[in-house]
Design a protein around this ligand. Structure first.
Ligand code: ZN
Length: 413
C-alpha cells in the first residue's frame, strides 16, 4: 500500500503570482509541507482540490515602509501624545499596528524607525516574535543631522562622533540602516527642495559600514540633490523620492536601486479638512507629479516596492496598502505590476527570498479574494481567507489577532 499523495491542491478562478506576469485564468496550485510544489493553469486534469474558482489568489502582501510605533490617526491629541510616548506605550502601539497589518493580509513590513527604537525593542524582547505571522524588518532609529528633520523617527548623530562611528555602534542590532537625507515635502511651496543632510563622503562611509555587515540601507530623500547623493553613495532604496527628477530615475534603473514612492500620505493630505485650499491644491499637484515620476520609473525599468509610510497622518496600518495599490494603478500600472510591488519587489528589498512570489519552492503564503482581478482592489477590503505556509487560518486566528500579538512582558504591568 502506498501513502496517499500529501500534496494539497487549490483551484482558483484567477492567479496573480507576484512576478508581474499576466493573470492566469483557472489556476491550480499544489502545496506540500507549507511549500508550493506546483503553480500554473489547471488544464483538464480532474484532481481533488479546494475550490475557490470564483476568487483571485495572490501572494500575501508586504509593506516596505511603515512606522509601527505611530498611529495613522487624524486626531491631533493622539498625534501629539505619541510624540512623547514612553517605550512601554510605543511598544503597545507596535503590537496594535501589527494586528492591523495582519487583518489586512500584510505578512511582512519594513520599519522606517521611531525616536525610541520601539519596533526594534519589541522585536528583540518578544520571545515569540520569530513565530509571529507578520515578519518585521526593523532599523531601530533613523539617523539624521542635529537640528534637521527626523527627531520623531530617530536620533541625531552624536556630537564628537562621526556618523559612521554612530552607525557602527548600532549595526549589529538592526536588520537595515535608515538614513534621513532631506527634509519633508512642503505643502506651502510646490516642489520646494530641502538641502541634503549628509555630504557624499559621510553617506558613503555610513553605507559602507552597513554593507560590510551585510545590512541594506534605506534612505529618506526628496529632491534632486539629496537623492543623487544617496544613489552615488550606493544605497539600496530611495524612500519617498518626491521631485527627484528623471536623471535620478535613470541612475536607479542602471544601478538596480529600488524606489519606495509612498504616495498615500500626500494623497491623504490632499483630502485633509484641516488644510487651506491653496495647501490642498499643492498637495494634489504633488501627488500628480509623483504619479508622473512613477510612470517614468516603470518606463525606465526602476524596481518599485510598495511602501505606505503607515503611521503618517491619515495613513492606517494595513488598510493603506490597498490605497497605495490603487495609486500605483492610477499611475498606469496593470494590476499584476501593482501587486508585484507589494509582493515580489517588496520581498526582494526585505531579503525574504522564499516569499512574495507564488512559484514552486516558495512559501505558500497567499490571499484569496472573492471575484476577478479587476475587482481586486475593492476586494482586498474584505479578504476571504489568508493562508500561511499552506494552512488556511481560521476566522478566529484572523479576527482575534490580539492573542497572536500579545503585549510584551514589560507592558503587562
Ligand atoms: Zn517614513
Amino acid at each position: 500500500m502506498t501513502d496517499p499523495d500529501p500534496t494539497r491542491w487549490i483551484r482558483a478562478g484567477w492567479l496573480i503570482d507576484g512576478t508581474g506576469q499576466p493573470v492566469v485564468r483557472n489556476a491550480l496550485i499544489g502545496v506540500r509541507d507549507g511549500i508550493l510544489v506546483s503553480v500554473g493553469p489547471a488544464g483538464s486534469q480532474s484532481i481533488d482540490a479546494v475550490d475557490v474558482s470564483t476568487s483571485t489568489l495572490l501572494p500575501a502582501l508586504m509593506d516596505a515602509h511603515v512606522h509601527l510605533a505611530f498611529s495613522g490617526s487624524l486626531d491631533e491629541r493622539v498625534r501629539t501624545a505619541q510624540l512623547e510616548y514612553t517605550l512601554e506605550a510605543a511598544e503597545a502601539a507596535v503590537c496594535r499596528h501589527l494586528t492591523d497589518q495582519w487583518r489586512h493580509g500584510v505578512v511582512a513590513v519594513r520599519d522606517g524607525g521611531d525616536r525610541l527604537g520601539a519596533t526594534l525593542h519589541y522585536k528583540q524582547t518578544h520571545e515569540r516574535f520569530k513565530d509571529e505571522p507578520v515578519t518585521v524588518k526593523a532599523g531601530g532609529w533613523a539617523w539624521h543631522v542635529p537640528g534637521r528633520y527626523g527627531r520623531m523617527l530617530g536620533r541625531a548623530v552624536p556630537q564628537g562622533a562621526s556618523p559612521a562611528e554612530a552607525v557602527s555602534a548600532q549595526i549589529d542590532a538592526i536588520d537595515h540602516l535608515k538614513i534621513i537625507q532631506s527634509g519633508v515635502n512642503s505643502i506651502d511651496r510646490f516642489g520646494h527642495a530641502t538641502r541634503p543632510q549628509f555630504d557624499q563622503n559621510t553617506l558613503r562611509a555610513m553605507v559602507g559600514v552597513a554593507h560590510r555587515s551585510g545590512r541594506p540601507v534605506m534612505v529618506h530623500a526628496n529632491g534632486e540633490l539629496p537623492v543623487r547623493l544617496a544613489i552615488a553613495a550606493g544605497c539600496d532604496s530611495i524612500e519617498h523620492g518626491y521631485f527627484m527628477g528623471e536623471e535620478n530615475l535613470r541612475r536607479m534603473a542602471d544601478q538596480g536601486i529600488s524606489w519606495v514612492p509612498t504616495v498615500v500620505p500626500m494623497s491623504r493630505l490632499a483630502e485633509a479638512s484641516s488644510l487651506r485650499p491653496d495647501q490642498i491644491d499643492i498637495a494634489r499637484r504633488t501627488v500628480d507629479h509623483q504619479l508622473d515620476q512613477i510612470r517614468k520609473a516603470v518606463q525606465f525599468g526602476v524596481t518599485i516596492a510598495l511602501g505606505t509610510d503607515a503611521g503618517s497622518q491619515g495613513v492606517d496600518h494595513g488598510a493603506a496598502v490597498r490605497q497605495e495599490l490603487a495609486l500605483l494603478m492610477a499611475a498606469g500600472m496593470r494590476i499584476e505590476q501593482a501587486v508585484r510591488c507589494a509582493t515580489g519587489h517588496a520581498a526582494r528589498l526585505m531579503r525574504l527570498t522564499d516569499r512574495g512570489e507564488l512559484r514552486p519552492g516558495g512559501r505558500a503564503d497567499f490571499l484569496v479574494v472573492d471575484g476577478s482581478p479587476d475587482r481586486l482592489i475593492d476586494g482586498l477590503a474584505h479578504i476571504a481567507s489568508i493562508w500561511i505556509s499552506g494552512r488556511r487560518l481560521s476566522d478566529q486566528e484572523v479576527s482575534s489577532a490580539g492573542s497572536i500579538h500579545p503585549l510584551p512582558p514589560s507592558s503587562s504591568k
